[in-house]
Design a protein around this ligand. Structure first.
Ligand SMILES: [Zn+2]
Length: 618
């Protein structure tokens, strides 16, 4: 079987050669952490040429401007003469009368080295980023290395990676040459290029078959703390469960997982998580995590990315199908693409027995609590459509919180309507059968399509109120139908800088408390004009360090309502950092904690719905 695929691949490479864009990424001749790239073009379709790097790529929902990592660009004609160009913006180069353009060369810098300095540009999410460390690791997210020409995105690419002989590339692509010094791949178009990341390291990988799918896991662990084999048992169990959960919705024959574990010595990065592709996922986690925590995170994160193979990768609207890398248009349906996917990543674990019922409820409890950090009356469709804009981008992470809960409530609603016969998963399955990888739906017709595939017009009311409307979702009402109640508890009043003190982080370099940009500020913090990006270094002159954190917190606990307080912060001001004192009267916030619990005595109807919901059985 393998041999057939290989010879077919070679034939394709041979046939398309003359008409393909040969792109060589040179991982051997690295200069100052920069990788030389050469692209050789077939005949130009027009003399006015626009050459781009992506502004963003599918799945990241942020403006990243990959062109800003490129330098020393030179365009050449077929006689080797340089062609003049105009740089239009970070990502785009314009050439006039360039019929004879045959080659472009440039150097690529990595994005990992740039993550901590956000003074000029917001950091690229690490799993979507690039890392170049000669002799150690090359994280080749192809969209960071390879550009495209307007109107030539559908020309095939021949991708050649020149690599150190003793390096192995983890990827879902099949290498078409026998050489140890190069890997050669043929890709049908630019979208396939950006869908195919590779990770080159000294070999540490495992392969196995689970549920009829070939898997490869490649690991980069800078100190050698972990080996790929350490994660096999957990991963195998998880993959079997997710394949079972998806059934005929998943047709993947192979899947590659690139696990990059970030050490303390390498580039300082913060974007932990993963990015989805049709046949692979790139995952970035801190190497210092204990094995059990990595196993758990891999189950949550890799399954989430794997469920993306259904949605949006194979079922999506035109905005995603005809993705515009230079000027992306966003879909309204992140509630389904991200929320529904995250819901699957939790639901399959309870349905396939990887977690208990209580653990499942605990997860939903946390999602309800986290969702309160965001604007609950902003229609999800509006946030989604505008997520690249500054006024909306801080709401993005609610797709993993409220987005999940919307899918959960819709699941319960559908089960109620269908007497347990149909749930969210069945609806997505029907939608994927009606559309598919090559047949996008119209973005503003999704709800009508969902009504058509389910046969329940009532879900349009749900959609209009809670997804496209501004009404907060009544979680208690839906959970109640499934025999779950919400218990409310009020915490004693506390003095702190954000509403949920649990979300406080510690910055070792500056000995400061730091916060996630999506955390909600406390009333006091708002009153004194604290910015969520400020780093807190002292409270009433008492400084923080790793040894005295406990006594610092004890001091904060003694602060009374109305007491005068001085908070010293480090605040970014262009290229420099200011140290400022913010003063005000203390305000103590109370927090209401909501906990989900199974009812002790559910009605027979509630119990039945609960079982159908949590087992997936009819
Ligand atoms: Zn996702």
């Amino acid at each position: 079987m393998k041999k057939t695929a290989l010879s077919l691949g070679l034939l394709t490479a041979f046939v398309v050669n003359a008409q393909s864009i040969k792109t060589t990424i040179d991982l051997v001749h690295i200069k100052d952490d920069k990788v030389p790239v050469t692209m050789e073009f077939p005949k130009m379709k027009s003399g006015d040429v626009k050459f781009h790097f992506p502004k963003t790529v599918p799945g990241t929902y942020s403006v990243d401007d990959y062109g800003r990592f490129v330098e020393g660009i030179r365009f050449m004609d077929n006689k080797g003469k340089e062609i003049p160009f105009t740089k239009v913006n970070d990502n785009t180069y314009a050439l006039k009368n360039a019929q004879n353009l045959s080659k472009v060369t440039y150097l690529v810098n990595d994005s990992f080295d740039d993550e901590m300095d956000e003074s000029r540009h917001k950091a690229v999410f690490s799993p979507s980023g690039t890392d170049i460390e000669a002799g150690k690791i090359y994280l080749v997210n192809t969209h960071g290395f390879v550009g495209y020409i307007d109107n030539m995105q559908d020309v095939p690419y021949q991708l050649v990676i020149q690599k150190p002989n003793d390096f192995y590339g983890t990827t879902a692509l099949v290498d078409q040459d026998k050489s140890e010094a190069t890997d050669t791949f043929t890709l049908a178009n630019y979208a396939k290029v950006t869908d195919s990341p590779l990770m080159y390291t000294k070999p540490d990988y495992i392969t196995f078959n689970a549920g009829g799918m070939d898997l490869v896991l490649g690991v980069y662990s800078p100190t050698g703390k972990y080996k790929a084999a350490d994660f096999k048992e957990n991963l195998e169990k998880m993959v079997v469960a997710q394949k079972k959960f998806l059934g005929d919705m998943n047709t993947n024959k192979k899947y590659a997982i690139m696990l990059y574990l970030a050490g303390t010595q390498g580039p300082q990065i913060k974007g932990f998580g993963a990015l989805e592709h049709h046949e692979s996922t790139s995952v970035v986690l801190p190497e210092m995590m204990p094995k059990e925590a990595i196993d758990k995170t891999l189950t949550d994160v890799v399954s989430h990315e794997f469920f993306h193979t259904v949605n949006p990768l194979k079922t999506h609207s035109e905005e995603i199908h005809y993705f515009d890398y230079a000027d992306p248009k966003m879909s309204q349906h992140l509630w389904m693409y991200e929320g529904g996917t995250e819901y699957f990543a939790n639901l399959f674990q309870i349905q396939e027995g990887l977690i208990t019922r209580d653990e499942f409820l605990q997860r939903m409890t946390e999602k309800i609590a986290n969702s309160k950090n965001y604007n609950d009356t902003m229609p999800f469709t509006v946030m989604s459509k505008n997520v690249l804009k500054d006024e909306y981008k801080d709401q993005y992470r609610n797709v993993y919180e409220k987005g999940t809960l919307l899918a959960m409530c819709l699941d319960i609603e559908l089960r109620k309507l269908s007497n347990g016969e149909m749930g969210y998963r069945d609806m997505i399955r029907k939608l994927s059968q009606r559309f598919g990888e090559n047949k996008p739906f119209k973005d503003d017709q999704l709800i009508d399509e969902l009504v058509a595939v389910t046969g329940y017009p009532q879900i349009k009311d749900f959609y209009n109120k809670y997804i496209a409307g501004d009404q907060p979702t009544p979680y208690a009402q839906y959970l109640n139908m499934a025999g779950v109640e919400i218990k409310k508890q009020e915490t004693p009043p506390i003095f702190w800088f954000i509403r949920d003190p649990q979300q406080t982080g510690y910055d070792e370099k500056d000995n400061a408390f730091v916060f996630d940009e999506s955390s909600a500020q406390s009333t006091f913090a708002k009153n004194i004009g604290l910015k969520i990006t400020d780093k807190i270094v002292a409270l009433d002159g008492k400084t923080i360090n790793i040894q005295n954190i406990q006594s610092f917190i004890e001091y904060a606990k003694t602060i009374k309502e109305g007491q005068n307080v001085t908070v010293t912060v480090l605040r970014k001001n262009g290229d420099k950092t200011d140290k400022i004192d913010l003063k005000g009267k203390a305000v103590l916030d109370k927090m209401t904690v909501e906990t989900l619990a199974f009812k002790a005595n559910p009605t027979p109807a509630e119990k039945k719905l609960q079982d159908q919901w949590l087992t997936g059985k009819k």
